[in-house]
Every structure is written in C-alpha cells, then in structure tokens.
Design a binder for this molecule. Structure first.
Ligand SMILES: Cc1c2[nH]c(c1CCC(=O)O)Cc1[nH]c(c(CCC(=O)O)c1C)Cc1[nH]c(c(CCC(=O)O)c1C)Cc1[nH]c(c(C)c1CCC(=O)O)C2
Length: 341
C-alpha cells in the first residue's frame, strides 16, 4: 500500500486535508514556464523535447508543492500521430488538417505507427518518474475520443463543435469509424505512458457537455468505458480520472458507468449538489473557478466552501478548468493556504 495522498483519495479514503493540483499548472501564468518555452522555440517543440517538457512539469511542483504532477503534453498530439498536420498559431490556438469522411478515416496512419511520433512523450514520463519527490503522484493523460474528434473534424477549436455534430448526424458510419480509431490509439498511448511510469491517467472530455441523450452514451460514455476497461485489463491497479466537462446531471453515476476511480467536475456545478449526488459514489476532483486566481476577492471563501462541501468524502482539490495565463502566481499560494491551513 502506498501513502501518496492522491492515490489514497483515489482509493476512496477521506483525508483531513484534500490533496491538490491544478489543471494547466505548468503554463503561461508562470514566468519560468515562459522562459523554458522560449528556449524550446514553440509549444510543440516543448512537448516533443523530453528534458524541457519534464522541466516545465516540475516547475509548479517546486514552486507550490502540489500533490500531483501532470505530464506536459497536449491532447492534440494523438491526431498528429495519426497523420494530421498540426500547428499552434500564436494567440489563435490549434490548426489541424481535417478528417471529414470515410476516405479521411481510412487515410489515417495505422495504430502501430503512433509511437513513431509519440515516443518523446514516453521519455518525458520516464524522466519524471525518476525525478519527482516520493509523495508526488505522476498523472498521464489523453483527450477523450469525442473531444479529440471535434478538433480533427473542424481543424480547430469551435464554439459549438458544429462540424463534428454534422458529421455524426450525416455520415454516422464514418464518424463511428473515426471515434473507433481514436479510441484504439488512445488505449495504446495511455498504456505506453503507464509502462513509462505514469501512476494515474486522466481522460479529458472537454466538450462532453455538447453531447445530448443517446449521443452522450454513444460518444462520451462508451469510448471512455472501452478505454478504461482495456487499460485496467492490462494494469489492474491503475487509477483513472474521467473529466466529462459540463456533463451537468450526467456527472451522476458517470464514474461507475465508465469504470473510473474519480470524476473531475467543472465549476458550473455547485459543490453541495456534487457532494450529495456525485461524491456519494466515489472520489470527486474539483472545482474552483479559474477566475478566482485572476481576481482574488472571493478566493479564500470559495476555496473553503469547496473544501467544506466535499469534506465528508474522498476529494482531490482542483480547478473546474485550466488556470488562465492572466492568473497571478501569488494567488495560488493563497489558495493553497486556504486549503492546507
Ligand atoms: C482542449 C484541450 C487542448 N489541450 C488540452 C485540452 C483539454 C483540457 C481543456 O479543456 O483545457 C489538455 C492539455 N493541454 C496542456 C496540458 C498539460 C498538462 C497541464 O498542465 O494541465 C493538458 C492536460 C498543455 C497546454 N496546451 C496548450 C497550452 C498553451 C500553449 C502555449 O504555451 O502557448 C498548454 C500549456 C495549447 C492548447 N491546447 C489545446 C488548445 C485549444 C490550446 C490553445 C488554447 C490555449 O492556449 O490555452 C487543446
């Protein structure tokens, strides 16, 4: 049995102080991140240079003593490994070549080939596994198939995921084939991260909230269930965190339905409601609104409200979404003081 606080919470233990980390904790709000990114040249070079990716992963651990480190990489590396062109345009976000029909799905690279692109990520994990303090848990991650598909179909981020919805509704067979290709690639990608030393994996389904009714079952729930079942078949003790962002009432029972050990919730969910309806079935991660780290007027009060609401069950403190570049690094210390006392 291990004593790392994150692993204890994921096993269902209720700790006197919740363990804590932050989505996007290695990021542009930190001057040391911006310096290392400048050294790498651009964001993708940073992702694919293991020594530098490991360095930015460790920076927030050194500065704040978080309980978990999350591998520095991006969910869009999988589409790139499947053969799409990917670039990040400064100030605009990602741009990819697109997959919009059956021929596009058929042209994706075969499953075995993904490691040709992704092997530097596994090296980053290996460096981190040997460099982290013993009480810190190393989290690997991937995008969930629906969210990854929304970028592959549109070639960019979209406000309503319209292009992916249209492909799903007009060319169902090709869309199902695309989800299947992402699902199998994600299993091999996460398996390789675990073999390299990731102790927990997290699935980011940032756009799960735009799936309704049976579509939510088919494209948020079922692919996550398949990925987790296969990973746990290969690694029975592996804890998994699922993040079906903006799932609202579908957060209820989600972890159990997909076989995850914890569900991460966004900040549109009231902590008291989530404690009563979601945490009753297991560990919950979340859910401070990131804007409190920009404008800290209610930072301590909101942090305490979340800690108190979830104090009766297993809880990992986190934000409801990633910390933003305009956040003040000192506010993170204030948040930690409010959690840890
Ligand atoms: C949708 C999504 C992406 N990437 C990710 C998601 C899912 C989570 C979410 O909803 O935020 C996940 C992600 N992206 C990044 C991580 C690393 C780990 C972490 O610190 O959380 C993780 C887990 C680094 C990153 N990924 C990105 C940055 C900023 C890049 C930079 O340095 O310029 C970082 C630190 C870039 C990125 N990557 C992506 C977009 C849309 C963008 C551009 C928008 C932005 O700039 O924030 C795709």
């Amino acid at each position: 049995m291990t004593d790392k606080p994150i692993l204890r919470a994921l096993r269902g233990e209720v700790l006197p102080t919740p363990p804590v980390w932050m989505m996007r904790q290695a990021g542009r709000y930190l001057p040391e991140y911006r310096a290392t990114r400048a050294k790498a040249g651009d964001f993708l070079s940073l992702c694919y240079t293991p020594e530098l990716a490991a360095e930015v992963t460790l920076q927030p651990i050194r500065r704040y003593g978080f309980d978990a480190a999350i591998l520095f990489a991006d969910i869009l590396l999988v589409p790139q490994a499947l053969g799409l062109d990917l670039r990040f345009v400064q100030g605009e976000g990602p741009r990819l070549s697109t997959v919009t029909d059956a021929a596009g799905v058929a042209a994706l690279r075969p499953l075995d080939a993904i490691h040709d692109t992704l092997h530097p990520v596994y090296e980053t994990v290996r460096i981190l596994a040997g460099a982290l303090p013993p009480e810190v848990t190393l989290i690997g991650f991937a995008g969930a198939p629906w969210t990854v598909a929304t970028y592959m179909v549109a070639g960019r981020g979209t406000p309503d995921q319209g292009p992916a919805h249209r492909m799903k509704d007009t060319d169902r067979a090709a869309f199902v084939a695309l989800i299947d290709r992402i699902t199998t690639a994600t299993i091999e990608y996460l398996d390789a991260q675990v073999q390299a030393g990731a102790e927990v994996v997290k699935l980011f389904d940032s756009w799960a909230g735009s799936l309704k009714g049976a579509d939510f079952d088919d494209f948020a729930l079922e692919p996550a269930r398949r990925i987790i079942a296969e990973l746990k078949r290969r690694h029975p003790a592996l804890p998994v965190i699922a993040f079906p962002r903006e799932a609202k009432e579908r957060y209820v029972g989600f972890a159990g339905a997909v076989g995850a050990d914890a569900v991460a919730i966004d900040n549109s969910v009231a902590p008291d409601w989530a404690a009563a309806h979601v945490q009753v079935s297991g560990c919950v991660q979340g859910n401070l609104a990131p804007h409190h780290l920009v404008n800290p007027a209610d930072l301590e009060a909101e942090t305490r409200r979340i800690v108190d609401a979830f104090s009766g069950g297993p809880h990992i403190f986190n934000l409801g979404h990633g910390i933003t570049p305009d956040a003040d690094p000192d506010n993170v210390h204030r948040m930690l003081a409010a959690i840890r006392g």
